[in-house]
Ligand binder design. Structure first.
Ligand code: PGA
Length: 256
């Protein structure tokens, strides 16, 4: 049995003060949740402050990005070596980074490699656009993304903790008029991803990789997904910014 995991991706939201407040409120509300990894990914500027606050709690920290080198002349960038003081996880290959910051699968592969070298667990996001879905290119798209994104990691046993998030691009950030993937469709792609991983990695490594769903998850729809055994958890964006909403989501996942 893989341990469930829920990840809150705060994106470019919350000042340090607001981030501290949310974490201080989340801690007592989530204290009793067992058998689940709870990860929040705030902007870089809040990591150091939150790191002190989560000591002794069941909340873990992740970053939303890293550079592919440990240090150097890369103005404005932050390295995995730097965040390794605070974070256990890092989101890589998010569709917003692929789209707005032109991150290619090759760049993501370099980031995955350096994250693993710094003992940070990559949360690799894959998923098709609406256009690719309409053309029947879902499986081919996620397969190509995963193959490339994992291509530079040669020590496969370092991937036992790997997290993969299946996030159909058309379902992300649609909270006003939620465009959520049907659970059955998500399961189909997630099972396909599991097959790819089993094909490429040793069985014991593949068995422990967690594969999540992400895309407009909220407390109303999460229950439809938690029934599906193949889904090991959720990557939650907008709904993770609201205290009550995130707590409800985490508790619903814990009920199953
Ligand atoms: P959303 O974001 O839940 O707001 O759709 C998910 C994500 O981008 O990871």
């Amino acid at each position: 049995m893989r341990k469930k995991i829920v990840i809150g991706n705060w994106k470019m939201n919350k000042t340090v003060k607001e981030a501290i407040l949310l974490i201080e409120q989340l801690k007592p509300n989530l204290r009793d949740i067992e058998d689940m990894d709870i990860v929040v990914c705030p902007p870089y500027v809040s990591l150091a402050s939150l790191h002190h606050l989560i000591v002794g709690s069941n909340i873990k920290l992740g970053a939303q990005n890293i550079h592919w080198e440990n240090e150097g002349a890369y103005t404005g960038e932050v390295s995995s070596k730097m965040i390794s003081d605070f974070c256990e996880y890092v989101i890589l290959g998010h569709s917003e980074r692929r789209e707005h910051f032109s991150e290619t699968d090759e760049i993501i592969a370099k980031k995955v490699k350096i994250a693993v070298e710094n003992n940070i667990v990559p949360i690799i996001c894959v998923g098709e656009t609406k256009e690719q879905r309409d053309k029947g290119l879902i499986e081919g798209t996620v397969e190509k993304q995963l193959e490339k994104n994992l291509s530079l990691v040669t020590n496969h046993s370092s991937l036992t903790t790997l997290v993969i998030a299946y996030e159909p691009v058309w379902a992300i950030s649609t909270s006003k008029v939620p465009q959520v993937c049907k659970p059955k469709d998500a399961v189909e792609v997630i099972s396909y991803i599991r097959g790819i991983i089993e094909d490429r990695l040793k069985k014991d490594v593949a068995d422990s990789v967690r594969i999540l769903y992400g895309g407009s998850v909220d407390s109303d729809n999460v229950g439809n997904f938690t029934k599906e055994e193949e889904i090991d958890g959720f990557l939650v964006g907008g709904a993770s910014l609201k205290l009550e909403e995130f707590v409800r989501i985490v508790k619903k996942i814990g009920e199953k």
